[in-house]
Ligand binder design. Structure first.
Ligand code: NAD
Ligand code: UDP
Length: 314
């Protein structure tokens, strides 16, 4: 049966992939976005589809829509963007969660929250299982994002306990792919754009910090499996690729794949920048039968091809 599905933050990087996938599966999609970091260009190819609707709205404000499912992705994700207006970032996570949970409560919709590996902060346990409660600063420059996302998880569980809302929480580890904003400031898009333009590659700190990078298609598959999971499984569940790389390794891989002659330069490490990050994905394997399928090199090739074309268009 055709479902009507709301995707908040649907004009962003992940949201645009999700809208496309849900439409391809025969659903109706309402994409809601305030275009803070997203762009209509990301969903331009969907505008002619009669089952696609685009609404300009800020999730900090209430709205009522009749839907069967909600994917709540609205929130800037890149550190420079979420630190630009930190109060709005916390409001987006907290009020956005309340407003979307109220829709779910009123119309009996299932709701999935895009949470983050940032709930683990600068982790003292490596790799990170869902049971780890995290090492997050409440006062640093990343707190607006990390604590907002942590509070959103709390609200989701309280709406489940108090009002019986059917919830799903995914903790997303660093994800990359086509439709990332080239000015986004995140490491994969920064390095690829710098390499393609022949500009210096900006390594923050000594470049020995690690991240686990997942290709976007793997994540979207995890979203769908989680939303459709049965027996009341709510998560939180880590969805990420356990391959772990230093930022220097990432830069070298991108230089090799682009054939670029760009030089590595070192810049100060931003405050509270986590030193390591790698998911334990046993729960996703057990409950969702999910594991990543795309190797870093293959995902990077597709992402490089996307940015190459984008930069040529100007
Ligand atoms: P993105 O910045 O490309 O997308 C976020 C979208 O939300 C944008 O379209 C933006 O305009 C919209 N938005 C922001 N504030 C809004 C508001 N108040 N009202 C309505 N729309 C608003 O980032 P993304 O990488 O696509 O991230 C999507 C979600 O996934 C975010 O919630 C983010 O926290 C989460 N996440 C992403 C990653 C990742 O690696 N990409 C990792 C962990 C969590
Ligand atoms: N980073 C970097 N150069 C850049 C952008 C980011 O070295 O041009 C580093 C950043 O300091 C962090 C890692 O890359 O240690 C991942 O950064 P990103 O903003 O992509 O994600 P997050 O820190 O939220 O995991």
């Amino acid at each position: 049966m055709k479902k009507r599905i709301l995707v908040t933050g649907g004009a962003g990087f992940l949201g645009s992939h999700l809208c496309r996938r849900l439409l391809n599966e025969g659903n109706e999609v309402i994409c809601l976005d305030n275009f803070f970091t997203g762009d209509k260009a990301n969903v331009l190819d969907l505008m002619d589809n009669p089952y696609f609707e685009l609404i300009r709205h800020d999730v900090q404000e209430p709205i009522l829509l009749e839907v069967d499912e909600i994917y709540n992705l609205a929130c800037p994700a890149s550190p420079p963007h979420y630190q630009y207006d930190p109060v709005a970032t916390t409001r987006t996570s907290v009020l956005g969660a309340i407003n979307m949970l109220d829709i779910a409560r009123k119309c009996g919709a299932k709701i999935l929250q895009a949470s983050t590996s940032e709930v683990y902060g600068d982790p003292e346990i490596h790799p990170q299982p869902e049971s780890y409660r995290g090492n997050v600063s409440t006062t640093g420059i990343r707190a607006c994002y990390d604590e907002g996302k942590r509070c959103a998880e709390t609200l989701f569980f309280d709406y489940q306990r108090q009002f019986g809302v059917e919830i799903k929480i995914v903790r997303i580890f660093n994800t990359y792919g086509p439709y990332m904003n080239p000015d986004d400031g995140r490491v994969v898009s920064n390095f690829i754009v710098q390499a393609l333009k022949g500009e210096d590659i900006t390594i923050y700190g000594d470049g020995k910090q690690t991240r686990s990078f997942q290709y976007v298609d793997d994540l979207i598959e995890g979203f769908i499996r989680l939303m459709n999971s049965e027996d009341g499984f709510a998560g939180p569940v880590n969805i990420g690729n356990p391959g772990e790389f230093t930022m220097i390794e990432l830069a070298e891989k991108i230089l090799e794949l682009t054939g670029s002659k760009s030089q590595l330069i070192f810049k100060p490490l931003p405050e509270d920048d986590p030193m390591q990050r790698k998911p334990v994905i046993d729960l996703a394997k057990e409950k969702l039968g999910w594991e990543p399928t795309v190797y870093l090199e293959d995902g990077l090739k597709k992402t490089i091809a996307y940015f190459d074309e984008l930069l040529k268009k100007g």
